[in-house]
Design a protein around this ligand. Structure first.
Ligand code: HEC
Length: 177
């Protein structure tokens, strides 16, 4: 009897352990496991270091919807730019939503004078359902040199949100894929 119980307990531990491992392994490496839902795979990481690494890896270029070409920014964003939207945002725009879902994200490549080399990045990720008046629901990131040394990073940052608040749920670009 005792042996049966021991075997049984071992089996349970084994099964639970396996599913835990499977969970761990199935967490998308470049996605953010904190945000679930449509397009979970292409949500940028919400930690600064991981985010920069993810941007440099450049996989968003394959999965995001991109503006057709590099063009001059109409905002204060490093000369020439190219903006990319993830599938959550594209889905919301196609559904004519004016408040975007958690997980909606935009990446903006900053080229400055040139048109070939990406020098910096600006990123916005919707991390809460409600954006709030001051953009508390949005995570803002900007690096002008492709490093995190002087990068701007945080939720509801007034230096970004004040200007972006006139957009559609803080989206300023007129690009509609
Ligand atoms: C003075 C206004 C202003 C400020 C301040 C500003 N932006 Fe923008 N931003 C714009 C405009 C205008 C656009 C769209 C036109 C373009 O492509 O430049 C834009 C576009 C973007 C985009 C592409 C998605 C979108 O909303 O169109 C991102 C991402 C972005 N900005 C991030 C940031 C971050 C991060 C900050 C703060 C560090 C910031 N912005 C500060 C005006 C601003």
């Amino acid at each position: 009897m005792k042996r049966k119980i021991v075997t049984c307990v071992c089996l349970i531990v084994f099964v639970v352990g396996c599913s835990w491992m499977a969970d761990l392994l199935s967490v998308p490496i470049q996605g953010s496991p904190e945000i679930k839902g449509r397009g979970e795979q292409d949500i940028p990481p919400i930690k600064k270091k991981q985010l920069l690494r993810w941007l440099k890896a450049g996989n968003y270029r394959e999965t995001y919807s991109a503006e057709s070409e590099v063009h001059e920014s109409t905002g204060p964003h490093g000369g020439n730019v190219r903006t990319y939207y993830n599938s959550v945002l594209v889905g919301d725009l196609n559904d004519s939503k004016t408040i975007f879902s958690k997980g909606a994200a935009m990446v903006k490549e900053l080229y400055f004078e040139g048109k070939e080399d990406v020098i910096g990045y600006a990123v916005m990720i919707k991390v809460r359902k409600n954006s709030g008046n001051s953009g508390q629901g949005w995570l803002f990131y900007e690096s002008f040199d492709g490093t995190n040394k002087d990068a701007i990073f945080g939720r509801g940052l007034s230096e970004c949100a004040d200007c972006h608040s006139v957009g559609v749920d803080f989206l300023r670009s007129s690009f509609r894929p």
